[in-house]
Design a protein around this ligand. Structure first.
Ligand SMILES: Cc1cc2nc3c(=O)[nH]c(=O)nc-3n(C[C@H](O)[C@H](O)[C@H](O)COP(=O)(O)OP(=O)(O)OC[C@H]3O[C@@H](n4cnc5c(N)ncnc54)[C@H](O)[C@@H]3O)c2cc1C
Length: 680
């Protein structure tokens, strides 16, 4: 085969090596604009898990790379003047220049043609006549641009502003630094990569970058600024630039990675935010998968490319999600700077979901004990993991932080099923309407199992009068009862979906208000421990909050302040009869998952307003406001939203979202992303 590779980064060089190794008869040319010894950036970090793949793919380069590695197993975090160290993480790093030199040398050994200092601008004619054209030309790939209609790239800026410096300070751990300034928070990701040098990436949010004046500083001035800012950490050492200009990280994704005989590898195909340090690893693993595809399908180019894409896309998608979570964490880390150092560090270490409480216990048991003891409020005794720490809400004490709906099964808090405040507020004919007998019975069952009991009160609004769920969700009863909602809008577009509701007006609004207050008053005379109001699931009160379902022109419609008015009136009415020592909770849709609907920013505002009116706990929910929303259901999908509500609105949260393990609960609660975890 004749293979033309554009770009002599890790992806292009490593692929050339592997293809040439598989068949010395291939004619492979790698074209690169830079000279062989020039590149951007400093050191790149690999986690130990990456290395097995490199060993099996090409042992000589594996040996060279691993012999050169700087290795360490600790992560240091300097935050609020404290230094915390967590061990057992197994990292290795190498200078990017050295890595490329090793790969270039191996290419030469195998007779790969390397053409340096050749900037390809005539992209139309690149690779004409080749059997395979490889776009290994990085994040701003011209080849990808040339075939953009086919590849379908999506490129969006991710995270804040960063500059990739080097320093002659030789660290002995992966080091995160956080420095608060009058302009905002700056953070550093730093690690050693040889005996003389460390990578030192400085990052901040764009407004911080601007107010600090970095947008107008020269390269030398910005180095001086960063040296001054991190003088205490640099201890007299210098920062060094290698085209270290301030940039925004581009998140790259492509609908497909192959177009005829042109294939994308490495950053041209996908990027993963640098804060999880995986781009080089992913680029080299792409090369391995593509070479394997050719080995399996001989030189059948289309079959090999299909195989490559099928193997790699799901793996890369998983990494990109972890990287997205990590980038989002650093974008919002300023909201966590109120945390105590131990929790802040646990939150940081568990940010991308790849390490949880159990994994950290294996890597560094002393650190998780520290987290448990801090969480348990006692530094001297052995505390249980966070999910088993008791929680006090008002006068209510929960024995642990596990929540279940239905059967209590060891939970600290058990939620009952949805109970309607009036017969018209039922979802189906089987939905119970509150009377004191069923409230007493549900609370007794939970108490007998050692749990506290939360009564869920709601009104189905536009989603009422439907068949029981076993007969299909949101299918209208043939002969149901009349529906009311914030506005006259059907829940779903299908002809058999829930019926058209009437807009709730005048006396109707008062009746609903009274019904909620009466139900809460009734519950107050029983042993119900907590009342939760349903402001989610497309039900009546949620319908007032969302612009998708509230089209009113009176004082209850309009901007978010107006849309909050009626739900807040209900909260006030309930709070006035519900004993002040007993907590009032709300289940809230914090995003509609619809481009014209509520965003998480709105959700934070809503929960903040609810808290001001006496709601002491928020159970986070998403979507279901209208049938046409575009949900993003995946394990733990609510956790980031709960984290935002908790850290930005300052309200304790309950989070669910397909969480099933106590380890997830320990991680989320210990990291302060939620206060209670609902396990299914
Ligand atoms: C701040 C930062 C820190 C990072 N840290 C890490 C880390 O710790 N660990 C890690 O694994 N990854 C890290 N990465 C990611 C890593 O650098 C990339 O994922 C990796 O370099 C991708 O390899 P590649 O071969 O696909 O592309 P590149 O390394 O970008 O190589 C592409 C090559 O193509 C050449 N080229 C482009 N266009 C043309 C043209 N028209 N003509 C000729 N030549 C051309 C370029 O000069 C370049 O040499 C980091 C990235 C950033 C931004």
């Amino acid at each position: 085969m004749r293979v033309d590779v554009l770009g002599a980064g890790p992806a292009g060089l490593y692929l050339a090596i592997l293809l040439k190794k598989a068949d010395a008869g291939h004619q492979i040319t790698v074209t690169e604009r830079n000279p062989p010894d020039a590149t951007f950036g400093w050191g790149v970090v690999f986690s130990e898990e990456t290395l097995g793949g490199l060993r099996d793919a090409d042992y000589p380069t594996y040996l060279e790379i691993t012999d050169t590695f700087a290795r360490w197993d600790a992560i240091d975090i300097r935050y609020r003047g404290e230094l915390l160290r967590s061990r057992g993480h197994g990292f290795a790093a190498i200078a990017r220049k050295r890595l490329l030199a090793i790969l270039q040398e191996r290419c030469r050994e195998l007779n790969v043609r390397l053409c340096f200092e050749t900037d390809v601008v005539d992209i139309e004619n690149f690779g004409v006549g080749a059997d395979l054209v490889v776009a290994a030309d990085g994040v701003r790939s011209l080849l990808r641009e040339r075939h953009a209609a086919g590849f379908g790239p999506t490129i969006v800026p991710q995270g804040g502003k960063y500059a990739w410096f080097g320093t002659d300070l030789v660290l002995d751990a992966f080091t995160f630094l956080f420095r608060e300034t009058e302009h905002g928070l700056f953070q550093v990701h730093s690690y050693p990569f040889d005996e003389h040098t460390s990578t030192f990436i400085v990052e901040c949010q764009e407004p911080t970058w601007r107010t600090a004046g970095l947008d107008t500083m020269s390269e030398d001035e910005s180095i001086a600024f960063c040296e001054d800012l991190f003088a205490a950490d640099l201890r007299g050492h210098r920062l060094m630039s290698n085209r270290s200009v301030w940039q925004t990280f581009p998140r790259v994704e492509n609908r497909t990675w192959r177009q005829g005989n042109v294939v994308l590898v490495g950053d041209a195909a996908h990027t993963a935010h640098f804060s999880i340090g995986s781009g080089t690893k992913l680029a080299m693993e792409d090369a391995i998968a593509l070479a394997n595809g050719f080995e399996r399908h001989r030189d059948d180019v289309p079959a090999a490319l299909v195989d490559y894409e099928a193997q790699r896309q799901p793996v890369v998608a998983r990494f990109q999600r972890a990287a997205d979570d990590s980038a989002e964490y650093f974008r919002r880390v300023g909201h966590h700077t109120g945390m105590a150092p131990t929790q802040f560090v646990f939150n940081l270490l568990t940010r991308s979901g790849r390490i949880g409480h159990a994994e950290l216990t294996v890597r560094d048991p002393a650190f998780t004990s520290r987290v448990d003891n801090w969480f348990g409020g006692d530094q001297n005794t052995l505390a249980p993991p966070p999910a088993f720490a008791p929680l006090r809400l008002g006068e209510l004490s929960l024995p642990n932080r596990i929540v279940r709906t239905g059967a209590p099964n060891g939970a600290g808090l058990a939620y009952g099923e949805f109970v309607a405040v009036t017969p018209e507020g039922r979802i189906t004919p089987e939905t119970p309407v509150l009377d004191s007998e069923n409230a007493v019975a549900m609370a007794e069952a939970a108490h007998a199992a050692g749990a506290r009991f939360a009564l869920r009160l709601g009104h189905a609004g536009a989603r009422g009068s439907t068949r029981p769920a076993a007969g299909g969700v949101d299918i209208a009863l043939a002969e149901g009862w009349p529906l009311v909602a914030a506005s006259a809008r059907r829940y779903g577009p299908a002809p058999d979906s829930a019926a058209m509701p009437a807009e709730l007006t005048g006396a109707g609004l008062d009746r609903v208000l009274d019904a909620f207050a009466k139900a809460a008053g009734m519950a107050a005379d029983t042993d119900v421990d907590l009342v939760e109001l349903d402001l989610a699931h497309g039900h009546l009160l949620a319908g007032f909050l969302s612009p998708l379902t509230n089209r009113r022109t009176d004082e209850f419609g309009g901007d978010l302040t107006a849309r909050l008015r009626f739900p807040l009136a209900v909260v006030d009415a309930v709070r006035s009869v519900w004993p002040s020592g007993r907590p009032l909770s709300a289940c809230v849709t914090v995003t509609d998952w619809h481009r014209h609907g509520l965003t998480v920013d709105d959700g934070v505002r809503i929960t903040g307003a609810l808290a001001e009116h006496g709601v002491g706990l928020v159970r986070v929910s998403a979507g279901q406001t209208v049938a046409e929303c575009q949900p993003d259901y995946r394990r733990g999908f609510l956790t980031r939203m709960a984290d935002r509500v908790r850290s930005e609105a300052g309200v304790p949260t309950v989070v669910g979202g397909y969480l099933t393990t106590v380890d997830e609960a320990n991680t989320i609660i210990g990291a302060g992303r939620a206060d209670l975890c609902e396990l299914t």
